[in-house]
Design a protein around this ligand. Structure first.
Ligand SMILES: Nc1nc2c(ncn2[C@@H]2O[C@H](COP(=O)(O)OP(=O)(O)OP(=O)(O)O)[C@@H](O)[C@H]2O)c(=O)[nH]1
Ligand SMILES: [Mg+2]
Length: 301
């Protein structure tokens, strides 16, 4: 363990040690590498981290090759599920938003089993699942019903009602993406955008090919997760650039305890600057509810 590493390093290390999936392990190991001090005495340590990362990535590649085609999905954190009719571009969208490499083709019913991808965005992550299309024998209604948010991938507005009719028990939120914008001319695009606005459809016109509105969709997905990014600050130093990620409605105590179990007992003063504070450096108690992008400074005994 390197000397002079900050809170964030230890937070990433803790999450790395607790991580169950290879994806998560790789994600936190990369964060550890970013956050570990770059001075002479930690060179050996950093080299070890890099070797570990390389091995993990190789192992993951091998297991991805072996496991593609197998069933069984464990819900991890916030889960989005892609839904739509064949050829609407679900798999192409999964490939755009995550590290997954699903089969994409112009033939109908290309996807024959659910495919998982991990969506990383500005320090947070969520699961995105690509499903075989509706009307395919492998379509899994359970996945649609249990997701936190369904992403309808459509190419015409009539599909919305059809999807709703086929998924009456889906409780999660719904986002609608009208795909293949690149096939439309400006007049057609304007019409689609006008319909989205007038029908108050929660979504966008996108294209996985030209990447139109893909960045906007990523921000929207991040907002839907409700996850909160907190930036730690040590007294007298600038805030850390890497956030700590917490569940919606977390308090200062949750932040303290996720740094180190029992840490909140040592806290003598907390200062918050950001969306949850009335003014910069507001002193708050452990029960203060934090908001996304807060900067928090702990004083300890
Ligand atoms: N022009 C255009 N083609 C697209 C776009 N997105 C996907 N496609 C094409 O549409 C076809 C179907 O894409 P897939 O991603 O396989 O569609 P899917 O919804 O996963 O289809 P199934 O697995 O059969 O349910 C492929 O030929 C893609 O290259 C897009 O934004 N623009
Ligand atoms: Mg597919």
């Amino acid at each position: 363990m390197p000397i002079n590493a900050g809170y964030e390093f230890f937070d990433a290390e803790k999450k790395y040690l607790e991580a169950e999936s290879a994806d998560d392990k790789i994600f936190y190991l990369e964060q550890m590498l970013k956050l570990s001090p770059k001075h002479k005495s930690s060179e050996k340590f950093n080299a070890e981290l890099k070797t570990r990362l390389k091995k993990l990535k190789e192992k993951q590649e091998k297991s991805q090759k072996k496991s593609s085609g197998k069933k069984g999905i464990r819900k991890q954190g916030f889960q989005f599920v892609l839904i739509g009719f064949t050829n609407s571009g679900k798999s192409a969208l999964l490939a755009k938003l995550t590290n997954a490499q699903p089969k994409i083709s112009e033939y109908p019913f290309t996807t024959t089993h659910p495919e998982i991808g991990t969506f990383y965005h500005e320090g947070i992550k969520a699961q995105i699942i690509d499903q075989p299309s509706l009307n395919s024998e492998n379509f899994d209604i359970g996945l649609a019903n249990n997701s936190d948010c369904l992403i309808y991938v459509i190419t015409s507005f009539e599909e919305i009602e059809k999807i709703q009719k086929q998924t009456p028990k889906a409780k999660g939120k719904k986002i609608i993406v009208v795909n293949k914008a690149d096939k439309l001319n400006e007049t057609q695009k304007r019409k689609v955008r006008a319909t989205i606005k007038s029908k108050r459809i929660d979504g966008f016109l996108i294209s996985t090919l030209s990447e139109e509105n893909i960045p906007e969709l990523k921000s929207k997905l991040f907002q839907e997760t409700g996850l909160i990014r907190i930036y730690m600050k040590e007294p007298g130093k600038p805030a850390s650039p890497t956030p700590m990620v917490l569940q919606p409605n977390s308090t200062v105590k949750h932040v303290a305890e996720s740094i180190l179990k029992g840490f909140s007992k040592n806290v003598t003063e907390v200062k918050v600057t950001g969306p949850s504070s009335k003014f910069p450096n507001q002193k708050v108690g452990l029960n203060h509810v934090v908001k996304d992008r807060d900067v928090i400074e702990f004083h300890t005994r």
